[in-house]
Design a protein around this ligand. Structure first.
Ligand code: 9PG
Length: 504
């Protein structure tokens, strides 16, 4: 489809109505594309993963695909197991490849993306790019964008094209204002969080300048059993009130689309779940040492349950909801209504949005394409951790660690004009951490660069200078740091040059 002639790019054999490729790119209406390109066998490629946690990076055509490998349980959780393949470089929503120009010139990038909020599969192959819908159940994305240009130009033009297609379809709902710096309980207390741990944090968090105090996984009786457990003996309303009385917005984590096998909803209503060929609830992923299952958002009773759950937790006084493991609503399987699985997902997401109209929604484990325009912010990478990397994490780019989180967040920077992008928390503590001071600084810098600033360090774990750094971070976030992106990995943050490249 695409060739180069006297350094001009042309579309050959394109459907009627498509124009020559300029900086603005072209829209092609077709269920599938097969695009030839002249990139080198070792060309740089851009792989974009399906969900928040899915590996996303600049990579190379002559390497093994950038994906979760060698761990089917993690593939089921962090990628689309149904379309995941080791055979080719498979990208979701968009993919790009560098095509050389004259020696000494910056390469041009050929970018192919699905418009309208569907993921679409974009396979980056030697000599060609193939694009098609996510699967046969899904109505074809039908509209694709193809552009060629300098990296920054082509990504900017793609982002505008995607935004235009969503706005035309009425799919860009109003967004709530970014709430300011968030303290999260996850990366310190994990499931051991308790009312007393949160109470101990309220005063210090207020003094440090946090705007949101968010209680993560560990407050609930079980996955799918969304009531306070014994570690929150007064229930979730009382603690929300104390957070609010200290001038902060209470935040809460919940995974509204999933349930464990022993949850009351799974025991009482197995028919509410997406099912497998045998008619049993289909496994949606693995965590907490067990499989978990997905509510069928096309079934009215199941959707009502999801609605009731989310409006109930919001009514406890929470103004910030971290909604997690959302991709489960889009797993393959049988549903009550035969619709594309991303359409089912979108139905579920709209129900969440409507059930908590006042809340800022931070989506995690989100399917990126169909979430744009519905939620307020999205996690754009895997979990961080108080360490940089380790052997296991190198094999699994969706695994926890600063490097994996940083790499994904930088590669998804283009998304930041369409949604708030959360790079996951900064780490300021040295207690229980393997990170160097420089690495900690990098975690703060990526937070400031995205404008979504969070931290999970309990005040009692901090030294005085570390406490000072937390306060500075919150103050910069509240002021709104002046951020300029100079190139793929280089930023100016409040006139300070930050180069992330050596770190990824
Ligand atoms: C609570 C946590 C935290 C965290 C979320 C999410 O790919 N995975 O297998 C995978 C599992 C868990 C996970 C992320 C990825 O963590 O990202 O911030 O809220 O749940 O359980």
């Amino acid at each position: 489809l695409v060739t180069r002639e006297d350094s001009a790019w042309r579309l050959i054999g394109a459907p009627a109505g498509t124009r020559a490729l300029g900086g603005a790119g072209v829209v092609v209406e077709a269920p599938r594309l097969n695009i030839t390109h002249p990139a080198a066998p070792d060309a740089q490629i851009y792989r974009h993963g399906w969900t928040s946690w899915s590996p996303t990076a600049w990579w190379r055509l002559d390497r093994d695909p950038w994906r979760v490998w060698g761990n089917p349980e993690r593939t089921a959780t962090a990628e689309d197991a149904a379309t995941d393949t080791a055979e080719r470089h498979r990208s979701y929503l968009l993919g790009a490849i560098a095509v050389p120009r004259a020696v000494g010139e910056e390469p041009l990038y050929l970018l192919v993306g699905a418009l309208g909020g569907a993921s679409g599969l974009i396979d980056l192959l030697p000599g060609r790019i193939e694009a098609r819908p996510l699967d046969s159940e899904d109505p074809a994305p039908g509209r694709w964008w193809i552009g060629v240009g300098a990296e920054d130009e082509v990504f900017a033009a793609w982002t505008r094209a995607l935004e235009g297609s969503l706005s035309e379809a009425g799919r860009l709902l109003p967004r709530r204002e970014e709430p300011g710096p968030v303290w999260s309980s996850w990366y310190s207390w994990f499931e051991e969080v308790s009312a007393s741990a949160i109470d101990a944090e309220i005063g210090p968090a207020q003094r440090s300048g946090y705007a949101v105090l968010q209680i993560d996984d560990g407050w609930e009786r079980g996955i799918g059993d969304w009531e306070a457990n014994d570690d929150f003996p007064e229930g979730m309303g009382a603690i929300a009130e104390r957070i609010r009385a200290a001038g902060m917005t209470p935040g809460l984590w919940i995974a509204p689309f999933i349930a464990s096998a022993e949850s009351p909803i799974a025991l009482d209503h197995p028919e509410y779940f997406v099912s497998d060929e045998a008619g049993a609830p289909a496994i949606a992923g693995y965590n907490w040492g067990a499989p978990y299952y997905a509510l069928d958002c096309t079934r009215p009773e199941a959707l009502d349950w999801v609605r009731d759950t989310v409006s109930r937790v919001a009514s406890w006084g929470y103004g910030y909801l971290k909604l997690d493991f959302l991709n489960a609503a889009a797993i393959p399987g049988s549903r009550h209504r035969r619709v594309g699985r991303e359409e089912a997902y979108r139905t579920g997401l709209h129900a969440l949005r409507e059930s908590a109209p006042e809340c800022y929604i931070m989506a995690s484990g989100a399917v990126i394409a169909p979430s744009i325009g519905i939620v307020d912010g999205m996690r754009v990478g895997p979990d961080t951790a108080p360490y940089w990397d380790n052997t296991e994490r190198k094999k699994d780019p969706s695994g926890p660690g600063v490097r994996n989180a940083l790499r994904n967040s930088l590669a998804r920077f283009w998304l930041s004009s369409l949604t708030d992008i959360d790079p996951d928390v900064a780490i300021c503590r040295t207690h229980g951490s393997l990170l160097s001071e420089e690495a900690c600084q990098i975690t703060r810098d990526i937070a400031l660069a995205t404008g979504v600033v969070g931290c999970s360090d309990p005040d009692a774990w901090l030294t005085d200078p570390e406490r000072e750094r937390v306060a500075e971070l919150c103050a910069s976030a509240r002021r709104g740091a002046r951020v300029e992106r100079l190139s793929r990995y280089r930023f100016s943050i409040d006139s300070r040059l930050v180069d992330f490249e050596p770190w990824i």
